[in-house]
Design a protein around this ligand. Structure first.
Ligand code: PXG
Length: 288
């Protein structure tokens, strides 16, 4: 089915949703984005995603060409126009049309578009059996380069790590920062469990401050579990009892092997399964 896309302040047919080849989003990856879920027709954590979008834009000195409240309305209208019940939203702001040169200040207007589509879910089997990962040799962007908290259109750092995963016949790779501490996966945050305590790297270790991560931390605490944010090494990942990733696309997914080391008994553990269930309930409308 042809989709309705929000572009330049209105909904247009998919075929008409076009962007210039001179857009700096394309020429330089100059822009920011958000990936948001729709559950039961409700846009999940929309305000948190909008907040992060504006923060990312501020860091790269990009003007979001709409007020927050209008943007929330535009997202909701796009979801409604495409009758999305359980789906996925891609909200993108690019620097806009410029010339063949880096200068962002001469770009006419930043461009904003919104796609709302049905989601391609991972097979259920992957959640039941758990996923294998490898450690990437590609180091996460240095915080003094583009800060890893910025959800920019330039994902080459993560894409190089993803290629390493695929070269090793696994779907995901774990990225480390310039000091060797765990940062995150290519599009997900990292959690481990050891002796009943949950550990996750702090955002300063080089990860995006995941919205799913924040919710999972809250849900875990609500279950009486201890959650500690601290730097983790490759060693910590190898010897943990449980290992899982969180993110908008994957939700909560167990990791059962890293670099040939089997985690726990080789199946997603009890804390992982509990938090996946709690997250599902929360996402589908049960309040915290
Ligand atoms: N780290 C990175 C680098 C990400 O891109 C996350 C962590 C998890 O954050 P959230 O807020 O989603 O819990 C992300 C999220 C895609 C896609 O299409 C990527 C993300 C989210 C949704 C879709 O590749 N990245």
């Amino acid at each position: 089915m042809a989709l309705k896309i929000w572009l330049d302040g209105k909904l247009v047919d998919q075929e008409e949703a076009k962007i210039s080849v001179f857009d700096h989003g394309l020429l330089y990856g100059d822009g920011v984005f958000e990936g948001i879920r729709v559950y039961n027709g409700r846009v999940f954590e929309l305000e948190a995603h909008i907040k992060r979008l504006y923060e990312s834009a501020k860091v790269i000195r990009l003007v979001v060409p709409m007020s927050r409240s209008k943007l929330i309305g535009a997202v909701e209208k796009t979801v409604e126009a495409n009758a999305v019940i359980d789906g996925y939203i891609r909200l993108v702001v690019t620097r806009g049309t410029g010339t063949l040169g880096l200068n962002p200040l001469i770009c006419e207007n930043s461009k904003l578009f919104i796609i709302a589509d049905n989601i391609q879910l991972y097979p259920e089997e992957l959640y039941e059996k758990g996923m294998k990962v490898v450690s990437a040799t590609t180091v996460r962007n240095h915080p003094l380069a583009i800060p890893p908290q910025v959800k920019s259109l330039n994902y080459l750092n993560n894409i190089l790590a993803k290629i390493e995963a695929l070269d090793n016949d696994v779907p995901e790779a774990i990225m480390y920062n310039h000091e060797g501490y765990v940062a995150e996966a290519t599009g997900d945050n990292v959690f481990i469990v050891r002796d009943g305590v949950i550990y996750t790297p702090p955002a300063e270790a080089g990860s995006l401050e995941g919205i799913t991560r924040g919710i999972v931390i809250k849900l875990a605490k609500e279950e009486g579990l201890e959650v500690v944010e601290k730097n983790l090494t490759r060693f910590d990942l190898y010897i943990c009892d449980e290992f899982f990733l969180t993110g908008t696309a994957a939700e909560v997914i167990g990791i059962v092997e890293i670099d040939g080391r089997v985690i726990g008994d080789g199946k997603p553990g009890p804390v992982t399964r509990l938090l996946r269930k709690k997250f599902f309930e929360y996402a589908h409308g049960k309040k915290l």
